[in-house]
Design a protein around this ligand. Sequence first.
Ligand code: ADP
Length: 340
Amino acid sequence: MSSSVITESVIAPACKKEDLLLDSTLRPRQLKEYIGQQKIKESLEIIMEAAKNRGESLEHMLFHGPAGLGKTTLAHILSYEMQANIKVTSGPILERTGDLASLLTNLNDGDILFIDEIHRLNRTVEEALYPAMEDFRLDIVVGKGPSAQVLELNLPRFTLIGATTRIGLLTNPLRSRFGGLFRLNLYSPAEIQTIVNRSAKILNLTIEPNGACAIAGCSRRNPRIANRLLKRVRDFAQVKGDGIINEKMAKKAFSMLEIDNSGLEKIDRDILKVIVEKFGGGPIGVQTLAAAIGEEEDTLVDVYEPYLMELGLIARTPRGRVVTANGYQHLGLKHIAKKI
Ligand code: ADP
């Protein structure tokens, strides 16, 4: 095993392909296998039952919340439960109205179109979606200049499922066209433990309850991170132990990965340190902060910030991010309150 494999970030790993494979292997197929998010599941059950009774397709739905909480999984579950086909795409991939048209015209009644990162759709494609969502109609401009014509295409009664980590970036016209908006919340440690045990069973691993508990404790209450940690601890237990996943193995693996007891990685601690050391504890604008830590703004906002805020280590103020008293304490530093 190379050391780069073991020290690579668990929260935002570079290897997307391996991640996708792990996600799809461990993805629950039915609603009853989907752990937690009780309120959402209850609503979806009612929506599906009602649509089935009326013999109609599902209404358009939007799932929002941090990455890895199960938005894509829910879209696949809906397609499975409704016995509908699902086509998967994402906001940045749909560059032209023609891309959208070719997807939509190949759907059948009741099919699902899943658009991940829907907040990244460009304006033209987004505007073409409005009549598609509302009236199942697509207006396509054919030709250029004075001879250009608008072609009206009738579409099947499809269901659009959108997913976004940044609900605030969605325009009002788009948001208002969804029949159901669902916010996914971070999971409880007990729910994550159940997810870890389920994943261990699928991957045929031996895991002790204290091992599942240790992994859950460092998972940032996020199923995708929990599954990744499980895989790292499995590798570690295979190489350094007898293959059994327990608390001792988990702790050793986490110390090698530089993950602390709160589940924070080195990069999280670096974010806190940079705000404190370079910007006097803040407030600091998100763009400047992203540049200072050498990360994309989106990664900072979508991946790192939600959990740092959840733990109360940083806070958002109108003038930017600040490290809180708890954040200073986490770094072992004394907090001197200042007026902002
Ligand atoms: P998102 O689309 O929100 O980024 P995904 O739906 O891709 O997240 O989920 C990431 C991984 O976490 C999937 O492999 C899935 O197995 C697991 N997962 C997410 N939510 C749950 C859940 N409620 N129960 C079990 N596993 C889950």
